[in-house]
Design a protein around this ligand. Sequence first.
Ligand code: GTP
Length: 309
Amino acid sequence: MTPLWQRLVQGMQKTRDTLVGSIESLVRRHGSSPALWEGLEESLIAADVGPAVAAQLVEAVRARKAPAADAAALRRELATLMAERLRRRQEPLAWERPDAWQRRPLVGMVVGVNGTGKTTTAGKMAWRLARQGRRVLLVAADTFRAAAQEQLAIWAERAGADLVRGAPGQDPASVAFDGVQAAVARGMDVVLVDTAGRLHNKSQLMAELAKVRRVAEKALERPLDEVLLVLDATTGQNGLVQARVFTEAVAASGLVLTKLDGTARGGIALAIVAEMGLPLKLVGVGEDPDDLRPFDPDAFARALLGLED
Ligand SMILES: Nc1nc2c(ncn2[C@@H]2O[C@H](COP(=O)(O)OP(=O)(O)OP(=O)(O)O)[C@@H](O)[C@H]2O)c(=O)[nH]1
């Protein structure tokens, strides 16, 4: 097992154990009778893939006429079908494209409701980019919560990244402006702007976020490279509602799904990819720096269904 694969498999243990366990018991109990398909649809819904995707997957797997009495074959068929669906919207992060470094600094921003893992995601990205030899500047545009700035400062130190932080209560847009300007002046490769968590139903706070983006773009004199909406996998279908509102407010360029290690409902990735017109770019499977992974549809589907690498 490669370390990457191992982390994904370990991180998604809860979802995998639940889903694989229920597929095996369904096959044992129902063989290939119609009750199998009904049970399978329910298991997929319980894993949070969403009712529409669950129905489509079951229909497709039935149409393939897999030997349904064989749980392992059924899991393989499902993994193939899931990976196919997940690949439809696949897109790498801006800084993973070979031509990206012609325009630097590349600037990304993380947004989302409170506690989804924005600061951790910005920190982990900084850590990974720094290990690749990139000069990274982190911007603590959460001027609301001092602890959030402290947390980002710890990540900056750990990654060996520069840090720009605002004064308490300072307009977050002006902190983002200062951060981008400092990065341009210092010839940095990447800027990652961490924003304060906010509820999607607070329109004033959503407008503030749109302003942070606008002002950062003014400093950069071009559009931002990534605006990543960070969603917590443990919140399940509710994350989809958040995703729609945030996307309208800031035109996110991609999604990050964190805490996949903390839920038995990791199938939410499929619901998100099907529902949102946005690529899922990263998944979080733990709290270590290395626990943030580029989203790989095939590895993800195999980890979900407990198949070997
Ligand atoms: N298990 C697990 N924990 C995670 C993951 N990502 C983040 N966390 C934890 O989730 C908690 C919240 O993360 P933060 O990064 O502070 O979240 P935030 O969105 O910046 O929070 P606010 O700024 O308050 O909105 C922390 O304890 C993180 O360590 C993950 O992939 N797995």
